[in-house]
Design a protein around this ligand. Structure first.
Ligand code: SF4
Length: 241
C-alpha cells in the first residue's frame, strides 16, 4: 500500500509547531557542532535533563576545537550523571577526527557526516536537516508513532517495511516546508500531543488522522507480539513419607 503525504497536513503541522514548540537552548541553532551535541545528549534522555548539561557543555567548549583540545577524562567528567558514556567517548572521537583529519572543517553533506566516528544514519540526517536545511527525514520513535496513527499503518513497528514507509512519508513531507522545521515539527508533535496517551482533541492533524476517524487509536502503532513465556507441562508426583 502506498501512503501519500499532502501539503495540507504539513502546513497544519508547521503552523502548530511555530505556536507551540518548546523553548530549548539549541532551538533555531544552525551550527552543526551544537546540533550534534544536542542530538547526542538527547538520545535516551529527556529534554529537561539535557538542558543544564548542554548549557554547561557549551560554556566549557563553545567550539568544536575546544572538545578536541581537552582530555577524554575532562569530557567524561563533564558528562557525569548523564549516563550512556559511550556517547561522550564518541563525541570526543568525532571531534578529534574533524580537527585532525578534516582540518577542523565540519562536513557539509550527509555522506561526509556519516564518515565521522560515532555518527550514524539518524544523527547525520538530523545534522544535515537541522543545520543545513537539507531534505533528509529524521525518524525517531515519536515520529514513527505519529505516522503509524495518522495513516493507520498496519505493519508492525519492528518490520523493515514499516520503517521504510515512515521514512518515505517524512521525506515526502519535506517537500512542503523547510526541512529543518518540518522534521522538528513531527518530533515535537510526537513528544507533546501524539504521545503514548495522545491528546487528539488538541491535535492540529485531528481532521486528517485515520485512527481518529476510525476510533481505533489504542491499536496503533502495531507492536510486535511479545514472546509468550513457555508453558511447562508436566505432572507433580507427591511421595508419601
Ligand atoms: S489525532 Fe490523535 S492519534 Fe491522530 S495524530 Fe493527532 S494525536 Fe495522534
Amino acid at each position: 500500500m502506498t501512503y501519500k503525504m499532502t501539503p495540507d497536513i504539513v502546513h497544519a503541522l508547521v503552523e502548530w509547531f511555530h505556536h507551540n514548540k518548546r523553548v530549548m537552548p539549541w532551538r533555531g541553532e544552525t551550527d552543526p557542532y551544537k546540533i550534534w551535541v544536542s542530538e547526542i545528549m538527547l538520545q535516551q534522555t529527556q529534554v529537561s535533563t539535557v538542558i543544564p548539561y548542554y548549557e554547561r557543555w557549551m560554556d566549557a567548549f563553545p567550539k568544536l576545537s575546544h572538545v578536541a583540545e581537552t582530555s577524554l577524562q575532562d569530557i567524561l567528567k563533564m558528562w557525569e550523571g548523564l549516563g550512556y558514556y559511550t556517547r561522550a567517548r564518541n563525541l570526543y572521537r568525532g571531534a578529534v577526527y574533524i580537527i585532525n583529519v578534516l582540518n577542523g572543517k565540519f562536513p557539509g553533506t550527509r555522506e561526509g557526516l556519516m564518515k565521522i566516528p560515532g555518527i550514524g544514519p539518524y544523527t547525520s540526517a538530523a545534522i544535515a536537516s537541522i543545520a543545513y536545511n537539507q531534505p533528509y527525514g529524521v525518524v525517531d520513535g515519536n515520529v514513527s508513532r505519529v505516522m503509524a496513527r495518522l495513516y493507520r499503518i498496519g505493519e508492525v513497528t519492528s518490520s523493515a517495511r514499516f520503517k521504510e514507509t515512515v521514512t518515505d512519508l517524512v521525506n515526502q513531507s519535506l517537500t512542503w516546508g523547510a526541512p529543518r522545521w518540518v522534521n522538528q515539527a513531527w518530533m515535537e508533535l510526537g513528544a507533546l500531543v501524539c504521545t503514548p496517551r495522545p491528546s487528539c482533541s488538541a491535535c492540529p492533524l485531528e481532521s486528517f488522522c485515520e485512527v481518529r476517524q476510525h476510533l481505533c487509536v489504542e491499536n496503533y502503532p502495531v507492536r510486535p507480539n511479545r514472546k509468550k513465556s513457555p508453558v511447562r507441562e508436566g505432572a507433580i508426583f507427591l511421595f508419601p513419607f
